[in-house]
Design a protein around this ligand. Sequence first.
Ligand SMILES: [Zn+2]
Length: 452
Amino acid sequence: MYVEDEAEAPVTQALADLLTEINEPTSNRSLLPTLLIQAFGPDNHILNADQQDAQEFYQILSSALGTECDQCQPSHISGLTDLLCMPPPSRVHTGEVRSPFIGLLASRLACTTCDYTEAIRHFTFDNLSCNIPSTYQATLGECLQDYVRLEPLEDARCRRCSLTATLTWLEERSQKPGLPKKVRREVEDRASRVRLALKTNPAMELPGIKMEPGRSRLSTKQSLIAQAPPSLCLHLARSTFSSYGHILKNNALVTFPATLDLAPYMTSGTLRTTARSTMSPPSSRPIRYRLTSVIVHYGSHEDGHYVAFRRGIHGDGATGEEVWWRVSDSRVDRVSLQQVLRENPYILFYERLPEDPKITSVTEALGGTWKEKFRDGTGIEEPAAVPAPPFLSNGHSLNGKPLEKEVDTGADTVADVDVIMDEALAFVVKEKGGREADQRVPEPPEKDPPMV
Ligand SMILES: [Zn+2]
């Protein structure tokens, strides 16, 4: 992402500044995300002193990033034609302004009664909210498999079943004895138009014809990932209902890997419209991700406490040692990856890796740091690897200049949300150093909000 004017993207810039301060702290004091809160604007009523769910906050933040990305799109591009007419380097400089969390889902609704499938639709997503298929224990793979499974639906609307029901009704009506000639002709005309639609294009508009409600006895619905995002956010929906109708937290243990292959949950080059078969065979090409952050919720559905675990690198980004940090309020402790993998996650963040398995970091794949690449504005010409977003990288602003802005470390404002900020922002790829010095005795934790 390349932003020339900070004022165009205040939340993005404030987030980048905050992440830089987290990655390269200038003091051992706790950070408060005051500037980020202020960047949402004075009239913002979403972020207030009330406590919020970590996923809700993530969505507010992601939405703001997406809005600012849209606003940063160059105004001279009015459509696909303009974009295609631009030479490739220009596309990089001016056209690819997109939140790194944005991926694409392909969704299909198909009827098993008549085997009709409407067009496979595509939707963007910034996180996947997965159900936990077991109340005791599940793997992340099982949760993702459940997300993309072929789901049976009863009584769904079906265009072709509706057309068939309408044609039957019109044919019966046209046979009705004593019907005036003019009316009979009109009914037969309508019937022939419906017949044509059934034969050629069920989706065609049929003005003036009242459609019979056509319900499919059994349909199938399926969503698969069509385009993998550079940064993958996976939310585990832990709200469940007791037999008395009370909302409870589902404490089922979900185990998760340090590296994840998204290929089994993605479309490949072939899309199928057959209702009883999966929309697409799985991609044969691995789509590799590496764990970068885990947000854990301790407590009940009503209240509890969030703790974030985040990955970092000691030393140079390409050759440095991987470290993990446990962030709980103002306390930061170093932990091992094995300790992290024993936690029970609420939100997981993964970073996409280059396709070459010998390359284990995006920085390595690019042959340099993002700071160098973006400092001169040349960007990355072709995404041989899916690039990490600039603000997930090491110590530089979106315009490539080193960041010098101070982060307000005062303790007088937004106290209720800073914990959530710290933890919701824990997806940062920590390239250097850490907050080893920040080992103060923790303040009494605020009660965190209920789960969603
Ligand atoms: Zn049907």
